[in-house]
Write a protein that binds this ligand. Structure first.
Ligand code: NAD
Length: 358
C-alpha cells in the first residue's frame, strides 16, 4: 500500500538537503507518495503564519512527516508565536509527538571531527530517547510573581513546575525498553531521584515497567553522572532514556560527541507510530543557496522514517549502509572534509548515496 509522506522542507538549506533525501527515496522506487507544504519562515512570508492550518492538516493525514529545517535571523524580531521555530512546537503538539529519538553515531571515518579522543568515540552508536511533551517545560503552574515567603519574600520571582504522571512515564518507558530489545538489551534511565520527587516517581515507574522486559538490563544514572559518562566512556551506553529537561541537554551533548552536526538525524513519534523526521541541525542561513550543505542528516532522517513509521527496516538499512559506503569512498561535503578526501557539493553527495545503493 502506498504511504503518504508530508514533505516540509522549510527555510535556509532545508530545500537543498530535502531535494537530496527525496532523490534517494525516489531512486529506491518505494511505494511512497510525497506532498509538499510550506513551513517556517517561507510559510510566514506567504501566509502570515509559520504553521498554516493546511500544513497541520497535511501532517495529520500523512503516514509520516519529513521535515527539513526552519528559521532565519531575519525573522528574529517577529513576535514569538510568529517565529519560524514555533512551527516545530506546533507540529509536536498537533501530532502528539511525545518521543524524541536522537541517535548519535560516530562513523569511523569521521572520528577526527569529534572533540574527544578518537578511541573514545570510534564506532559510537548510541540512541538517546527524550520525553518531549511533559516535565518542567509544560508543567503548570508557572509564571512570575512576588515571592510569598522564604528568604526573598517580597521580591519578584520566576517559577516553573516539574511534573510527570505515571502513564506519561510508562509510555516512554515502553518505547525505550522496546528499542533496547532491538539493540543490546541494556537501558540507562537518567533521573535526579536523590533530590527530586518527580524523578523518584520516574525511577519507580521504570522499575515497574522493566518487569515486562526481563531480558533488558535496566541501569539508573543520576543526570550529573550521565553528563560525565557521556564524555568519559560514551561507548558503554547503548540506549538512554530520560525526561524532557535532562534530555534536552544530554541529547545535544551526545550529538557533539560525533563532531559533525550535518550527520545527525532525529525522530519525534506519537503513540500511533506516526512521526516527524528531521536533521538535528538548523537551517544554516550562512550557507543556504550555495549547494554546499551536508545532506546526510536529512538522508539519514529519511532512513529513520522508513524504519520507525513505515516498517521498511531493510530499506532503511540500505540507506544507512549507502551512507557508510560513501564515507568510506572518501566523499565529503565541506563541513566534514579533511585532507585527502574528495570534496563534493550537496547534490553530488546525494548522487553518491544513490550510486552506493546499487
Ligand atoms: P544551525 O544548525 O543552522 O547552524 C550552525 C552551524 O552549523 C552553521 O555554521 C551552519 O553552517 C552549520 N551547519 C548546520 N547544518 C549544516 C549542514 N547540513 N551542512 C553543513 N553545515 C551545517 O544553527 P544556528 O546557526 O544556530 O541557527 C540557524 C537557524 O536555524 C536559526 O534561525 C535557528 O533558530 C534555526 N534552528 C532550527 C532548527 C530546526 O529547524 N529544527 C534547529 C536549530 C536551529
Amino acid at each position: 500500500m502506498t504511504k503518504k509522506i508530508a514533505v516540509l522542507a522549510g527555510d535556509g538549506i532545508g530545500p537543498e538537503i530535502m531535494a537530496q533525501a527525496l532523490k534517494v527515496l525516489t531512486a529506491m522506487k518505494l511505494p511512497l507518495e510525497f506532498e509538499e507544504s510550506l513551513v517556517g519562515g517561507v510559510a510566514y512570508a506567504a501566509y502570515g503564519h509559520p504553521l498554516p492550518e493546511s500544513c497541520i492538516k497535511l501532517a495529520k493525514e500523512s503516514d509520516a512527516v519529513l521535515f527539513g529545517a526552519v528559521g532565519d535571523f531575519k525573522y528574529d524580531t517577529l513576535e514569538r508565536h510568529l517565529r519560524p521555530e514555533q512551527a516545530i512546537l506546533g507540529l509536536r503538539k498537533a501530532l502528539g509527538l511525545f518521543v524524541n529519538l536522537r541517535p548519535a553515531v560516530c562513523f569511523p571515518e569521521l572520528t577526527a571531527a569529534s572533540s574527544l579522543k578518537p578511541e573514545l568515540v570510534a564506532g559510537l552508536d548510541l540512541l538517546l530517547i527524550r520525553e518531549l511533551t511533559g516535565d518542567v517545560y509544560f508543567g503548570q503552574p508557572r509564571g512570575k510573581r512576588i515571592s510569598p515567603d522564604g528568604q526573598f519574600a517580597g521580591a519578584e520571582e520566576g517559577y516553573d513546575t516539574m511534573r510527570y504522571a505515571v502513564p506519561e512515564v510508562e509510555r516512554i518507558a515502553h518505547v525505550a525498553f522496546k528499542a533496547a530489545m532491538g539493540r543490546k538489551k541494556h537501558l540507562v534511565s537518567v533521573d535526579k531521584a536523590n533530590v527530586l520527587e518527580t524523578s523518584q516517581l520516574w525511577r519507580d515507574t521504570m522499575i515497574e515497567v522493566s518487569k515486562q522486559y526481563p531480558e533488558v538490563t535496566l541501569e539508573h544514572m543520576y543526570v550529573d553522572n550521565a553528563a560525565m559518562q557521556l564524555v568519559k566512556a560514551p561507548k558503554r551506553i547503548d540506549v538512554m532514556v530520560t525526561g524532557n529537561l535532562f534530555g534536552d541537554i544530554l541529547s545535544d551533548e551526545a550529538a557533539m560527541l560525533t563532531g559533525s552536526i550535518g550527520m545527525l538525524a532525529s525522530a519525534a513519534l506519537n503513540d500511533k507510530g506516526q512521526g516527524l523526521y528531521e536533521p538535528s541541525h538548523g537551517s544554516a542561513p550562512d550557507i543556504a543557496g550555495k549547494n554546499i550543505a551536508n545532506p546526510l542528516a536529512q538522508i539519514l532522517s529519511a532512513a529513520m522514517m522508513l524504519r520507525y513509521s513505515l516498517g521498511m527496516e531493510q530499506e532503511s538499512c540500505a540507506i544507512e549502509n549507502a551512507v557508510k559506503k560513501v564515507l568510506s569512498q572518501g566523499y565529503r561535503t565541506g563541513d566534514i572534509w579533511s585532507e585527502g578526501c574528495k570534496k563534493v557539493s550537496c547534490s553530488e553527495m546525494g548522487d553518491a548515496v544513490i550510486a552506493a545503493l546499487k
